[in-house]
Design a protein around this ligand. Structure first.
Ligand SMILES: Nc1ncnc2c1ncn2[C@@H]1O[C@H](COP(=O)(O)OP(=O)(O)O)[C@@H](O)[C@H]1O
Ligand SMILES: [Mg+2]
Length: 310
């Protein structure tokens, strides 16, 4: 069994003059929950469409569950559940009837077990109570969950979810997160895209960050946090003197109050800063190193905040 659920080399998509995806080298380990993050327009959906064989790459290659795509689309797709831009459910059919219809259209799904699988998928996403309700009476969150149920109709090794929390309220978002966690607990690899870091950060083991078509970073969540810029926080009544000492070390002070200040540490070891402050007659009442949170790291990478709800 291949160690990577998704692997791409130089994956590229050009739409006429626009380079939507530029030389992607993705490595998504089996068993991970991989957050595929980036602002709107950064190339996430286009990448996902290439992975699923929905659109042809301009250059490069992609392997999904160990097999080259789109050449092996017939053997790969039955093992992959996908939620891409919400499937077109018929509003005048019930959730259950919609799922049966989608399942019937899936030539790999066994007919004999259809009814049971539909019931189970609805149960899994917490829609049993609304199974017979027509979809036009569903809330946005219920439709999104129906989309997830659709991705779960047959057992999957990999789930590819494109912005599954889009348009959901905080409660709906929490529910989707809990579902993602439960898929992962079953050993399913989950590749989930979002332009909102905060919505997936809590469930991811790995992240990849897109910016203008390029993958600007990828790794485990912990590696990611560790790479962020470290700052020092100095508490002292001698702010002016402390500022001089820090400047003497080449550190940029980025915020200062009456009795404390922070500065970017760069490559300077924090213990050197403490010694310099003490030798500079700064009364140090508190000293701390602050690791950048993920949000800051993303802003550094993409030049954009992720917390803007659109
Ligand atoms: N079918 C298409 N034709 C032309 N341009 C497209 C098409 N699909 C996407 N794009 C462009 O490619 C870029 C990436 O889009 P997309 O993959 O949808 O980004 P994301 O999912 O990260 O928001 C955008 O600039 C978008 O306008
Ligand atoms: Mg998209």
């Amino acid at each position: 069994m291949a160690e990577l659920a998704i692997e791409t080399h130089d994956l590229t998509k050009r739409f006429r003059s626009q380079l939507a995806v530029d030389g992607l080298a993705l490595a998504v380990p089996r068993g991970s929950v991989f957050g595929f993050l980036g602002p709107n327009g950064s190339g996430k959906t286009t990448t996902i469409r290439m992975l699923l064989g929905l659109v042809a790459a301009t250059a490069g290659d992609a392997r999904v569950l160990g097999a080259e795509m789109p050449r092996h689309v017939d053997t790969v797709l039955p093992r992959v559940g996908a939620l891409v831009e919400g499937p077109a459910f018929s509003p005048y059919l019930s959730g259950e009837a919609n799922l049966r219809r989608f399942d019937a259209a899936d030539r790999w799904a066994p007919r004999r077990t259809r009814a049971a699988r539909v019931t189970e998928a609805l149960d899994r996403v917490g829609l049993s109570h609304a199974a017979r309700k027509k979809v036009h009476a569903y809330s946005l969150g219920m439709k999104q969950r129906l989309g997830l149920a659709n991705a779960l109709l047959t057992p999957r090794e990999l789930l590819v979810l494109d912005e599954p929390t889009n348009g959901l309220d905080p409660q709906g978002t929490r529910e989707v997160r809990a579902l993602i966690r439960s898929f992962a607990d079953d050993g399913t690899t989950v590749f989930v895209s979002s332009h909102l870091l905060a919505e997936v950060e809590q469930v991811c083991t790995h992240v990849g960050v897109m910016s203008a078509g390029r993958l600007v970073a990828q790794g485990t969540l912990d590696e990611f946090r560790a790479e962020g810029e470290t700052r020092v926080l100095v508490r002292t009544p001698d702010v002016a003197r402390a500022r001089e000492v820090l400047a003497g070390l080449g550190l940029d002070v980025d915020a200062a109050g009456d009795a404390s200040m922070t500065a970017r540490l760069g490559a300077t070891p924090p213990e050197r800063v403490v010694v310099a402050l003490v030798e500079g007659d700064v009364r140090v009442r508190g000293f701390e190193t602050l690791h950048a949170d993920l949000e800051q790291r993303f802003v550094e990478l993409t030049g954009e905040g992720f917390d803007v709800v659109q």
